[in-house]
Design a protein around this ligand. Structure first.
Ligand code: NAD
Length: 480
């Protein structure tokens, strides 16, 4: 049994002052596997104060010192890769392959940030000015539960590279992942207060962080609804706010696509992380004259997908994170039927043979029109809407007719044609004939999928402020 009742502040694990205790439930078995005591506002203030003290030294740190910190973090997290993977599986039912990918990405984030910092000019000459890129200051890193280690390490890596101390607030739904990650990060032996970690509710710890004047920057990943709350709360003290939010990504299969490649990839894009991924390609846009053929092939592939124990590497789809999320997804399946979509496979209830755990049947709807709820709202479960289109232009139009614009996928045998379609798509990223991202490229959304970019150079710059120094004497120029 897990018993988590501490925060990580000033380089040590300290008991939380909060007194709300919550049970941790394994979503594959519904067994209680632990308890967590949540931090409160006082804990948040203590963590912010620790980061403020550490910020003084961070501000004066050199590039080489920060690169050293990043290397130490990389080694410390790499050493715990398997534990990070296993707790993601245990805590939210991440399928093995996804959990493995995220746990490796976590340590890789620090290596990527070190490489970016090494090659990045923090001092530039612009006309008569010397422009110095300075750390923005104490940064709050707020994360969801669905990829805790990846999200936190990616944000922390950019913050450290920029010279920012941080307060990390993972989701209250991810105490196990947080605890294992905190132990790993602690192993890096960084100076006290450079990063502080606490688990608490958004309405309490989250709100304190979003309003506290000592916090200069918030880097948030989570739902669009919460992102709006944070942006509103943060504006009072003019915090710099980066928001990486919800999505409803489209996968466009063009009429010249190799269906043997496109369909399996599109299904993986839709069902990744049990459909609980911000970038899940849950709207599948297909040429009308190939619709029947594609739907039949989708049905055949989904029929044999292994749903069940997420620890088994052959499982493609594990359980949803919670009973609440299970009920929500069931509600969307009912609405899809009620609004006239045609059920191809799946539907309400649990898959045959699974009578415990928050497992849903992988569900495919066809004859979906883009204004139905299942095509417009983020379901966050393994439910795909197949939408037929009559022309390439109409496919782009349908893909763009969404509140969101996080990621899109295009499948075609002709690279120039796919790039032409990509140019017309309103999305932060477009992946062509692949579903693996480029980790050094900027990541983020347009429209209500977010503000700002993470990863690589853009991720680093999100934690920097430019200061222009103009003198009557020439400046030192681009020296670092
Ligand atoms: P959520 O918005 O409910 O919670 C995210 C985090 O915000 C949690 O740590 C939560 O405690 C905190 N929070 C809640 N209210 C707050 C407040 N008032 N002030 C400050 N913090 C507050 O999201 P979730 O359910 O944990 O995650 C799922 C959502 O996250 C989905 O919409 C998904 O698309 C999105 N997501 C986006 C990305 C991305 O990179 N764009 C990645 C993963 C998940």
């Amino acid at each position: 049994m897990w018993e988590i009742d501490h925060s990580y502040i000033d380089g040590v694990f300290v008991p939380v002052q909060g007194n709300e205790t919550v049970e941790c439930i394994n979503p594959a078995t519904e067994a209680v596997i632990g308890t967590v005591t949540l931090a409160n506002r006082d804990d948040a203030r203590q963590a912010i104060a620790a980061a403020s003290r550490a910020q003084v030294a961070m501000r004066g740190s050199s590039k080489a010192e920060r690169i050293d910190m990043l290397r130490q973090l990389q080694a410390a997290v790499l050493a715990k890769t398997d534990e990070i993977r296993d707790t993601a599986i245990e805590e939210y039912g991440a399928p093995f392959a996804r959990a493995q990918w995220v746990s490796r990405y976590a340590s890789q984030s620090f290596a990527n940030a070190a490489q970016v910092l090494e090659n990045h000019a923090l001092r530039r000459t612009v006309g008569d000015a010397t422009v110095v890129m300075e750390p923005v200051g104490v940064s709050a890193l707020i994360a969801p539960w669905n990829s805790t280690a990846g999200t936190i390490c990616s944000k922390l890596a950019s913050a450290i590279a920029a010279g920012c101390a941080s307060v990390i607030k993972p989701s209250e739904l991810s105490p196990l992942q947080t605890d294992v990650l905190a132990q790993a990060l602690h192993g890096a032996g960084l100076p006290e207060g450079v990063f502080n970690i606490l688990l608490g509710r958004g309405s309490d710890v989250g709100e304190e962080i979003s309003t506290n004047p000592e916090v200069a920057k918030i880097s948030f990943t989570g739902s669009t609804a919460t992102g709006k709350l944070i942006a509103r709360a943060g504006i009072e003290t003019m915090k710099r706010v980066s928001l990486s939010l919800s999505g409803k990504s489209a996968s466009i299969i063009l009429d010249d696509a190799d269906l043997d490649i496109a369909i399996p990839l599109a299904l993986n894009a839709a069902f990744m992380n049990n459909g609980q991924a911000c970038v899940a390609g849950t709207r599948l846009l297909v040429p009308r004259r190939q619709a029947k053929l594609i739907i039949d092939r989708v049905k055949n592939l989904v029929e044999v997908m292994v749903v069940g124990n997420p620890q088994d590497p052959s499982t493609l789809i594990g359980p949803l994170v919670s009973q609440t999320q299970y009920d929500r997804v069931q509600g969307f399946i009912r609405r899809g039927l009620a609004q006239g979509a045609k059920l191809v496979i799946g539907g309400e209830g649990r898959p045959v043979g699974l009578d415990r755990g928050y497992f849903v049947r992988p569900t495919v709807f066809a004859e979906v029109s883009n204004d139905m709820d299942i095509a417009q709202q983020e379901i966050f479960g393994p439910v795909i809407s197949i939408i037929a289109y009559d022309s390439q232009e109409q496919a782009v139009e349908i893909a763009n007719a969404s509140l969101y614009g996080l990621q899109a996928y295009v499948f075609s045998r002709r690279p120039e044609r796919a790039r032409h379609v990509a140019a017309g798509l309103q999305a932060g990223s477009v992946l062509i004939n692949r579903i693996a991202p480029e980790l050094l490229a900027p990541f983020g959304g347009v429209k209500q999928s977010g503000v700002g970019r993470e990863c690589g150079v853009f991720g680093l710059e999100a934690f920097l402020e430019a200061k222009s120094i103009v003198s009557d004497q020439p400046g030192p120029g681009a020296t670092m």
